[in-house]
Design a protein around this ligand. Sequence first.
Ligand SMILES: Nc1ncnc2c1ncn2[C@@H]1O[C@H](COP(=O)(O)OP(=O)(O)O)[C@@H](O)[C@H]1O
Ligand SMILES: [Mg+2]
Length: 581
Amino acid sequence: MSAHLSLIARVKRSGKYFLHPTSAWIASLLCIVLVSISEPMIPALLQPLLDQGFQQNSFPIWMVPLSLVGLFAVRGISLFIGQVAVAKATNLGMLKLRLAMFARLQDADLTLYKEQNASSLGNTLVYEVNNGSQLLVNSCMSLLRDSLTLVALVGYLLYLNWQLSLILAILLPSVALLMKVMSKRLYGLTRNNQSATDALAYVVEESAMAYREIRLHSAQSMQQNRFAQLGHMLSRINMKMTVAGAGITPLTQLFSAIALSAVISVALIQSQESGMTVGSFASFVTAMLMLVAPIKHLSEVAGPMTRGLAALERGLELIEKTPIEQGGTFRAKHAKGLIEIRQVAVRYQDDLPWALNEVDLTIQPGETVALVGSSGSGKSTLANLLPRFVEWSRGEVLLDGVSIRDWHLDDLRQQFAIVSQNVVVLNESLAVNVALGQAPDEEKVLKCLMAANLGDYLKTLPDQIHAMVGHNASSMSGGQRQRLAIARALYKDAPILILDEATSALDNESERMVQDALRQLQRGKTTLVIAHRLSTIEAADRIVVMEKGRIVEMGTHASLLVADGAYAALFKIKQSGLAES
Ligand SMILES: Nc1ncnc2c1ncn2[C@@H]1O[C@H](COP(=O)(O)OP(=O)(O)O)[C@@H](O)[C@H]1O
Ligand SMILES: [Mg+2]
């Protein structure tokens, strides 16, 4: 784990995203150097002022405002430019990191979406990256600025009186040690804090997703309790983090106070003996006192740096540790549509029963095969196997004689159009949703929408095909959404069609109309249809009956009725259901 890496290695790992533009870094480094070396100029100006300023005619008075204002003008301009330049590099780095993370979400192995929910991914990409970048860059800059200031001031002190400054040599290593110990504890706590934040965000996501169910079942207080529990946990972790972080500052300051008092006492004794001037004593003590600020800042840098690193590392782990979806190299534009499933077994988890077991099925190009069976028998799993949404552990699946694991993923998925029970709509216009992934051709979009029987719906939209269908198409009915999916399939015009209960959300009337569209869609295509309506099943070239992950019967409608097995039994139930309604 990254906790074992040295701090420098970790900063390097996260920092590589923030190195550009180089000009911004050069500018800010120059500014930091200017600000740091100007720091001892303040006590240095004090010495001549005190030693000579009170004697007459030693130097012109106008030099005092000139040098002071000049000094602060240089510092002010440098601070300003430095800050802007650093912000530029931070924002660019953050953008780069975000783009890399989002790109990984697009090509990640599908297991990622089982392991992480939407809110935790959202947290990583939106919140943690932002937080982490700011914290890391700011704390690195502070580390640099304050160490340089410290070096400049200590250099000046050594120049004034090198013996005294040796006391500081004891102070610095003890501060460093303290920071190391404390930041280790803080890192662990920060990790806990992240997962607790994810869990909290997830409860919110859930409440937004399932608001109807929660109200209907009066589950508000249950949700409230879950949220409260997680909230309490988060607040306990935050308190621990504060305690761990807050301890560092007073401890270092205590060390500094001890060192300072020792130096001042020794300096006073020395000055009495050696006749040090008031000016040099005052400037020595001023420089000493000015040391307190950078020491204080340095003592505070461990907390934000640790938190920033932990936040960025979460994103880096997403980029570096998430496996990439592995496709093959076989490329083909249009498949003929020959599907061979050989002795395939699928299991979603090691401790679950087989969702598919020794399934053997060959579908000829242009053939329409209907899958029937009770719910949970593995029909959807079989359909999801083909575009590799589900992986098999035994057997082989071939398309046009090539294992689908050898197919290039883009080309493989280009061969399928899928209409299923749950239709997901992007928060985009109707046209973009129909042409999904391609630049919409308006005429074609309109034609597909009409064929999918969405003409009436289209009339209700003032913006027509450019209407925004909104956040998961909550403004559309289930049937309208399903017809949108059919329009999408028509637009894609892929050689293989998978219909997984594609008309389940439609009423009889609209189903009859959509059936025409579906029949057109099916023409000349290899089709796998999972249907609950007898008419669709009867029209298929072949019917495959599934039970508990196995194929138990296969044949035409007529031959299966003659065989009087599982299909005949299902058929009788369906028919009596139809007769009743
Ligand atoms: N994502 C999943 N994780 C775990 N088990 C699953 C998952 N999807 C389906 N299953 C299980 O696999 C079996 C077959 O499911 P499925 O193929 O959806 O059946 P059908 O479509 O015939 O109703 C069921 O027992 C179901 O609980
Ligand atoms: Mg299903």
